[in-house]
Design a binder for this molecule. Structure first.
Ligand code: HEM
Length: 422
């Protein structure tokens, strides 16, 4: 028997199926059309902004590679599998006749400066004007509030102590001198309140923090890559070991000391040559803060332009270095070093913003490598050839992480360090 229609109102089938059809249709429209419209919108904006940038570069006499949507320069097609360095290096090599070249990394426009003399002029003379000043502590987004607070308290304790007990001739004294130009309240508690301390205290904490973290990765990188190279070049490794043994014999010590490390000339050459082949910061970027023109050139730069320098590529350009991919520490011998134009070795940057910590960095690396080489001989294990740009991790913007760990065998040496026998 059919149910009573008054008790069970029947929903007309036509409307119900058509309603669900509409929902399906609407869902399809949303799924298909909205993303397509979005992609089209992004594409149009991309082309429009690329065309605008291209005409600006034309007016400024900057040669450029037109971008392809969405990668920019097609060198970036390797981005997921290789370090961005591979793409930058390719753009550098492809434009051997140019002083500089504009390109797009996806949608970001950059001007890659190739010519070392132009780089020198840019970094040495314009760096101050066109580079932002030192960062205050709050701008470090990569560290937690807790570590910022701990660092602040630590520095504050040090400053209190120095105010009471005089100078030690170190970095804290320098900062004290900077701060004494404004105010220092020796009575204040050790509890740090960044808001109450004012800008100077925050800047000082930022500065200390930069000094602590800036060199760590760079030094780690030069240490592990020097060990990698020395394991592949036993003749250079042997020379370093002889130098260490002779240094220890000269100073009459059986353990490495500061005076021995300071005498290790050939080891320093090896570190410098490693830094030439593998500058840990492979790209230096500056943002123009105002329009400018370098006299004697036809190039003009506009406010907001991002200038990029690739020390890795310049350090390996055959125009400036013979057999550029070979590990030849004698390039940095006292006799040869003088003939190397300083602007072609960019591992530490140049000009007023050149790395202020490079001497201490080299010293730490020399101490670390020497302390291993005086006890062990290195043999390559996982990597039997020199690392190239494609061997570095695509996710890092520095050369400290190879895609696969570099394994080296450490074979104990039998040597009497009080003599030079080995
Ligand atoms: C030996 C390994 C090192 C290398 C290869 C290296 C490389 C560099 C490079 C390329 C720059 C950027 C220069 C520029 O933008 O023009 C830089 C900046 C800097 N480095 Fe190093 N560095 C090393 C060790 C150190 C150490 C050990 C410290 C700290 C004790 C340090 C502290 C700094 C600071 C504070 C800056 C920023 C300078 C500024 O912005 O004015 N570096 N470094």
């Amino acid at each position: 028997m059919l149910p009573n229609s008054a008790e069970h109102p029947v929903v007309p089938q036509f409307w119900s199926s058509s309603g669900s059809n509409m929902v399906v249709l609407l869902t399809l429209v949303i799924i298909l059309i909205v993303p397509s419209a979005l992609i089209l919108g992004v594409y149009v904006i991309y082309r429009w902004s690329a065309a605008r940038r291209a005409s600006q570069w034309r007016r400024c006499n900057i040669p450029f590679s037109p971008p392809t949507f969405p990668l920019g320069h097609d060198a970036f097609s390797c981005l997921t599998s290789a370090s961005p360095l591979v793409a930058f290096d390719r753009i550098y090599r492809e434009n051997a006749d140019e002083d500089l070249v504009g390109f797009f990394a996806t949608s970001c426009p950059f001007i890659l400066i190739r010519d070392p003399r132009l780089i020198q002029r840019l970094l040495a003379f314009w760096a101050q004007v066109h580079f932002p000043s030192l960062q205050i502590f709050e701008s470090f987004r990569f560290t937690s509030q807790k570590s910022k607070h701990a660092m602040g308290k630590f520095l504050r304790r040090k400053m209190d102590h120095r105010m009471a007990h005089g100078n030690c001739g170190d970095f804290v004294d320098l900062m004290k001198r900077m701060q004494s130009k404004t105010c220092w309240n020796a009575q204040s508690t050790s509890t740090l309140d960044l808001e109450d301390e004012g800008l100077n205290m925050r800047q000082m904490i930022g500065l200390s923090f930069v000094l602590l973290v800036a060199g760590t990765d760079a030094v780690a990188s030069v240490c592990h890559l020097t060990l990698h190279l020395l394991s592949l070049y036993p003749e250079h490794q042997k020379k370093v070991q002889q130098e260490i043994d002779q240094g220890m014999a000269k100073h009459g010590v059986s353990e490495l000391t500061l005076s021995v490390v300071q005498d290790l000339q050939f080891l320093e050459q090896c570190l410098m040559e490693t830094l030439r082949l593998y500058p840990s910061l492979f790209a230096i970027v500056r943002t123009c803060t105002e329009d400018f023109h370098i006299s004697g050139t036809r190039y003009k730069f506009r406010k907001g332009d991002k200038l990029m320098i690739i020390p890795y590529s310049i350090n390996r350009d055959p125009k400036y270095f013979k057999n550029p991919d070979d590990f030849e520490p004698d390039r940095f011998s006292p006799e040869n070093r003088g003939s190397m134009p300083p602007e072609t070795f960019l591992t530490f940057g140049i000009g007023p913003r050149k790395c202020p910590g490079y001497r201490i960095g080299l010293h730490i690396a020399a101490t670390f490598v020497a302390s291993l080489l005086c006890k062990y001989t290195l043999k390559p294990c996982s990597h039997l050839r020199q690392l190239g740009a494609a061997d570095f991790d695509p996710l890092w913007f520095s050369l400290q992480y190879a895609k696969n760990s570099i394994l080296i065998d450490f074979v104990p040496r039998v040597v009497n360090p009080m003599t030079t026998e080995h």
